[in-house]
Design a protein around this ligand. Structure first.
Ligand code: G16
Length: 539
């Protein structure tokens, strides 16, 4: 039975760089989640007769949210839902199922790399038929409509059993529960040479994949251990848990503690890697060696010919403005275009759809290609394993040879977390006002060559986006400032710093960037304005 429920709007349903992200308790308020879903349905002209992919990363409230979604979809006339078994589906797997089945969109319930649990975060990622998260014009329209919602439709029925693979009906809507890993593996088999990877593990190659108790544990077990033959136990933290076992599922040097301990300890395996909560981010490590995401993108680009799906050539590449310029140097040497976009994977989608780019990536541990329209953690790992299999070289050798060939962009990101939002907004606004006065100014040996907001004019749809403030120096060094779009409390100021070196290739990034870091703090008056003497997280 369809029920129409009267509701009042919540005024804070603005989607950020990765969908709508809130504290779980905020999402659990009466009608909060329902309002948001109905607002999306209303904004896109209704969902009657449409088909959607549904899943999540298994975090707290995922199960309840999916049941609410199923009942609302049926009440609003959706023709079919394709749901991951038990409600689990990684973000890249969801994009693949969407594209493969040409559905009208996908809903993935995840706050990505943010921690989970009743006291942590929950989120909704909504993609349209492109396979990617919707553009700003749509998120703005959703936000606007969320301010005036007055009712939503939902079925008054018991919960649906989504634990078994198969098809069932719910009041005229078809529900197909699928094994979310099967299609994803098939897709990857079409890109990489799985036989070469099996040989690599047969030869005694060792790895650890940290799934951070999040959605890609079972994907990792199936792909690395069962199919490719990595030793049992190669996948750690492999069981998805509603609170990620207390882990912060952000694959970086700070939060992937167990993996870092293993890779920097005695008897480290040959290769280390991790994914985030919903499986779209990745971190790559060698023995006592970390590959920065910006370098990783550049190295994958340089080695595209080693991968069967790309060996006949790729279109250009793209990076977010905050990501280092390494990939653009590589692209130039290979005769390819290199695009620079605002932070947010959605900005890559138009470039992929118009065949301008094949690979893209971001400093925030996201790398991917046009095989889907989201970043893809396991894809990046398989790409690295393929390079190792083809060259017989270690992660460290591959990276160092790359630096020798193209020079090295030393890169570091400082995060200042939990800043009062008004303070952070004022810091950015005042800094933007100040930028023109910095042009030509000298800070020790560093001379500012250009200081301006980053403005992106999309070559496909003509839209214009301003995101972050960039200070460039005469020697090619850069500082980028922006506020995070994925936090759920206060504001996080991110400061991205880069310095290019052609000769000194083996230094500590923090050491190489210490002067730039001082300049960055001085220009933006970080200490006096935020009271923070040090960043909270350095990656
Ligand atoms: C999301 C977007 C990414 C983006 C990141 C930025 O990642 O999908 O494209 O790089 O947010 O985060 P912030 O705004 O905090 O710097 P994810 O993995 O959280 O979905």
């Amino acid at each position: 039975m369809i029920k129409t429920i009267s509701t009042t709007p919540y005024t804070d349903q603005k989607m950020g760089t990765g969908g709508l992200r809130k504290k779980t308790k905020v999402m659990m308020q009466p009608n909060y989640f329902e309002n948001f879903i109905q607002t999306i349905f209303n904004t896109i002209g209704g969902v009657k007769g449409k088909t959607y992919v549904v899943g999540g990363d298994g975090r707290y409230f995922n199960d309840i949210a999916i049941q609410k979604f199923i009942k609302m979809a049926a009440a609003n006339g959706v023709a079919k839902l394709i749901i991951g078994q038990n409600g689990y589906m990684s973000t890249p797997a969801g994009s693949n199922v969407l594209l493969k089945n040409k559905t009208n969109g996908a809903f993935i319930f995840s706050a990505s790399h943010n921690p989970g649990g009743i006291d942590n975060d929950f989120g909704v990622k909504y993609s349209d038929e492109t396979g990617g998260q919707v553009p700003t014009s749509i998120t703005d329209a959703i936000y606007k409509n969320s301010q005036s919602i007055s009712e939503y439709q939902i079925l008054d029925v018991p919960d649906v059993d989504i634990s078994k693979i198969g098809t069932q009906q719910l009041e005229g809507m078809t529900i197909e529960v699928i094994d979310p890993i099967k299609d994803y593996v098939e897709m990857l088999e079409g890109i990489f040479d799985f036989e070469a990877l099996k040989k690599l593990f047969k030869s005694g190659f060792t790895m650890k994949f940290d799934a951070m108790n999040a959605v890609t544990g079972p994907y990792g077990k199936r792909i690395f251990e069962e199919i490719l033959g990595a030793a049992p136990g190669s996948v750690i933290n492999a069981t998805p848990k509603p609170d990620f076992g207390g882990l912060h599922p952000d694959p970086n040097m700070v939060y992937a503690k167990e993996l870092i301990g293993i890779m920097y300890g005695d008897n480290a395996p040959d290769f280390g890697c991790a994914n985030d909560g919903d499986g779209d981010r990745n971190m790559i490590l060698g023995k006592k060696f970390f590959v920065s995401p910006s370098d990783s993108l550049s190295i994958l680009t340089d080695n595209y010919k080693l991968i069967p799906a790309y060996k006949n050539g790729i279109y250009g590449v793209a990076k977010s403005a905050a990501t280092s310029t390494a990939v653009c140097r590589t692209a130039k040497a290979l005769g390819m275009d290199c695009y620079e976009v605002p932070t947010g994977w959605k900005y890559f989608v138009n470039l992929m759809d118009s065949k301008r780019i094949t690979f893209c990536g971001e400093e925030s541990f996201g790398t991917g290609s046009s095989h889907i329209r989201e970043k893809d953690g396991i894809w990046a790992i398989l790409f690295w394993l393929s390079i190792i299999a083809a060259t017989g070289k270690s992660v460290e050798e591959i990276t160092k040879e790359h630096w020798k060939k193209y020079g090295r962009s030393y890169y570091i990101r400082f995060d200042f977390e939990g800043i009062d939002k008004a303070v952070a907004d004022k810091l950015m606004a005042d800094l933007e006002t100040k930028l023109p006065s910095l042009n030509g100014k000298k800070f020790g040996e560093y001379e500012v060559s250009e200081a301006a907001p980053f403005i992106y004019n999309d070559p496909v749809d003509g839209s214009s986006t301003k995101n972050g403030l960039v200070v460039k120096f005469a020697d090619g060094s850069r500082i980028v400032y922006r506020l995070s779009g994925t936090g759920t409390s206060g504001a996080t100021l991110r400061v991205y710093m880069e310095k290019f070196e052609q000769n000194h290739l083996d230094e500590e990034p923090l050491n190489m960037l210490k002067d730039i870091a001082k300049i960055a703090a001085e220009i933006a008056e970080i200490r006096p304005r935020t009271g923070k003497q040090q960043p909270d997280v350095i990656t």
